[in-house]
Design a protein around this ligand. Structure first.
Ligand code: SF4
Ligand code: SF4
Length: 452
């Protein structure tokens, strides 16, 4: 008979109708135990191994809820992360066509910039694609900025060429874009979809009043109406396809006062269209000058959790930083083939670190440059430094329930290793509040198929 133990990455909650829901943070599987009190006892008592040959134990092993006694689970998390970081099959390119922006968001970490990619930059980038795509099974292009949709023609031109090169080399290619949504009119949406865009993240910070205050456009005092009209036009004039639209609300204290109206508006306008996904994210301190002015407005964890629960009461299941399984949280910067290309074809690892005031290219994540010949010149030692990291709390992280999603913060080398700010990086207290709330929401909204 085999000896088992409950996975270190299980988080469980009691549910109002009776029973327990267990979520495994490594596999992101959920089970609902209604009646089997013996199983509840075994799973909640993590330290105690148990003997079992029951068929359901093997099923629970498949779901990651139990593991064989003796397995060191943090090692599989490390292996998983290292496989992704060292993959030779996938190229991750984040392109910043400009660092200019048409907004002046109050909590933005970026400095005001004016640089754009030049024609020579673009031509070298396309040469680089021609030289490189053949080495990879898949290429993932993310558009970021500044505001990338200030450069629509450039995006269309680069993506059209990238798709042709990918087709020729039988390389899979997808793209995504983070935009403030102001320039996301119907034609632009169609252009992005034609270019294999699988996700668009736009930010709508609450009501007209809070959005226009928190995310002021440079010249338009009411950017909110334009963004909402853009989204309504997409909703009404195109069919949902593969492209998801993440409707991101950045929670600050002023926004919390209006959360009921915000959620109701989203529900009535967009929730029936399956391509839209609500994302509720608290304002985070990523550094930069502007955050100092609004530090008092960062919401508490409890405030944010209350918003999640309110959303669930309205039948909405917002996505958040913690709702994904561990693979979704592994930043491109720790991948050997993860690069950020900025105007001038400078190659960075992290778009936040670019603005760091620390001295030295390593700290600002500048690792090389793309030449006019389409060859990339990279400082391999700097690249390796961005891939290497130690868990923030050492061995304590290896034993932590949240290691499967947090990785001891190794997955964010900027905050873990290269930034002198934000030195309390352990999010255990935050996870302790967030994860049970997310499990409860999932239970309320989704049907859990694995019932015992
Ligand atoms: S940093 Fe904190 S939350 Fe993250 S794995 Fe380590 S102990 Fe857990
Ligand atoms: S290193 Fe950290 S800050 Fe930089 S892109 Fe990755 S997760 Fe974001």
């Amino acid at each position: 008979m085999k000896k088992w133990k409950s996975s270190q990455f299980n988080v469980s909650i009691n549910v109002p109708e009776g029973g327990v829901v267990v979520r495994n943070l490594y596999t992101n599987n959920y089970i609902l135990i209604r009646e089997n009190t013996q199983l509840i006892d075994l799973l909640l008592n993590r330290q105690r191994p148990f003997l079992s040959d029951e068929p359901y134990t093997y099923e629970l092993q498949r779901l990651g809820i139990v593991v064989e006694d003796g397995v060191e689970e943090y090692i599989k998390v490390d292996d998983f992360r290292n496989d992704i970081a060292n993959s030779k099959e996938r190229l991750d390119i984040t392109i910043l066509p400009t660092i200019d922006c048409n907004f002046r968001c109050v909590y933005c970490f970026e400095n005001e910039g004016t640089k754009y990619m030049s024609e020579q930059d673009v031509s070298a980038l396309i040469k680089y694609f021609s030289n490189t795509f053949k080495k990879y099974k898949s290429v993932y292009i993310q558009w970021f900025g500044g505001e990338p949709l200030l450069c629509k023609d450039l995006i269309n031109y680069v993506m059209t060429n990238a798709l042709q090169i990918a087709d020729k080399n039988k390389t899979a290619l997808v793209s995504g874009i983070t935009t403030n949504g102001y320039e996301l009119d119907l034609e632009t949406y169609k252009m992005l979809c034609k270019n294999k865009c699988t996700w668009i993240q736009i930010s709508v910070d609450g009501t007209r009043r809070t959005h226009n205050f928190q995310r002021p456009h440079k010249n338009d005092a009411n950017s909110y109406d334009k963004i909402i009209k853009n989204l309504q036009s997409i909703r009404d004039n195109t069919n949902p396809g593969v492209c998801k639209i993440y409707y991101r609300v950045t929670l600050s204290k002023p926004i919390l006062k209006h959360i009921d109206d915000i959620l109701l508006f989203y529900k009535e306008e967009f929730s029936a269209d399956k391509r839209f996904r609500l994302s509720l994210q608290p304002v985070m301190d990523w550094g930069g000058e502007r955050i100092h002015d609004v530090r008092d407005e960062l919401p508490s964890v409890k405030d944010t959790v209350d918003c999640l629960l309110k959303a669930a009461d309205m039948g909405l299941l917002p996505i958040g930083h913690h709702t994904q399984s561990s693979s979704g949280l592994i930043c491109e910067s720790i991948r050997r083939n993860g690069i950020v290309v900025a105007p001038g074809n400078y190659i960075y690892k992290c778009p936040m670190a670019m603005y760091s005031k620390e001295d030295g290219d390593l700290y600002r994540s500048l690792i090389g440059r793309l030449g006019q010949d389409g060859q990339i010149y990279i400082n391999d030692e700097f690249n390796a430094e961005w891939m290497r990291g130690k868990p923030f709390m050492g061995d304590k992280c290896h034993k932590c329930t949240y290691y499967a999603i947090c990785h001891g913060n190794v997955t964010c080398p900027y905050s873990n290793k290269f930034s002198k700010e934000n030195k309390n990086l352990c999010r255990k207290a935050i996870y302790d509040e967030f994860i049970p709330a997310e499990i409860l929401n999932y239970y309320k909204i989704k049907k859990i198929d694995n019932v015992y």
